[in-house]
Ligand binder design. Structure first.
Ligand code: CU
Length: 139
């Protein structure tokens, strides 16, 4: 009886440590799968939701067109748009700033999910409607 309880408790504890993420993506986009893997390797538990209507998702979560990436993720009450490295998602969750989320627009080479060497530092923006958008971080 006690042994059974212990055996059940171990995997549950491991699961509780992972941060749940819901990731909406187009089933035909490969970089999103690589990005999901990147998140999973860095302490997130990713739920992939395939949709061919990403436009509605961007609209639903109020992602300005100029900040659009190839997928939209939801984590801890925040929106994470595009290939934002896990460390910056973790930083946002830890610091808990009063923003709606963060975005790395487009599909830049050198971001997680887009292998290669980035030609210049990449900028992560705060996800809001200010123009120009505010810089959250660069890497
Ligand atoms: Cu993608």
């Amino acid at each position: 009886m006690l042994l059974t309880a212990l055996a059940l408790a171990a995997p549950l504890t491991a699961m509780a440590a992972a941060i749940p993420v819901k990731l909406y993506k187009n089933p035909n986009c490969y970089c999103c799968d690589l990005y999901a893997k990147h998140l999973a390797e860095n302490g997130f538990k990713v739920e992939l939701i395939n949709t061919t209507d990403m436009a509605s998702i961007k609209q639903q979560y109020n992602v300005p067109e100029k900040l659009e990436g190839c997928h939209t993720a939801l984590v801890g009450g925040y929106v994470v748009e595009g290939l934002v490295p896990a460390q910056f998602v973790q930083r946002m969750l830890k610091e808990h700033p009063p923003i709606r989320g963060v975005a790395l627009p487009g599909m830049p080479v050198g971001a997680p999910g887009m292998p290669g060497v980035k030609p210049a530092p990449l900028t992560i923006y705060t996800l809001d409607s200010s123009s120009p958008p505010k810089v959250f971080a660069s890497f």
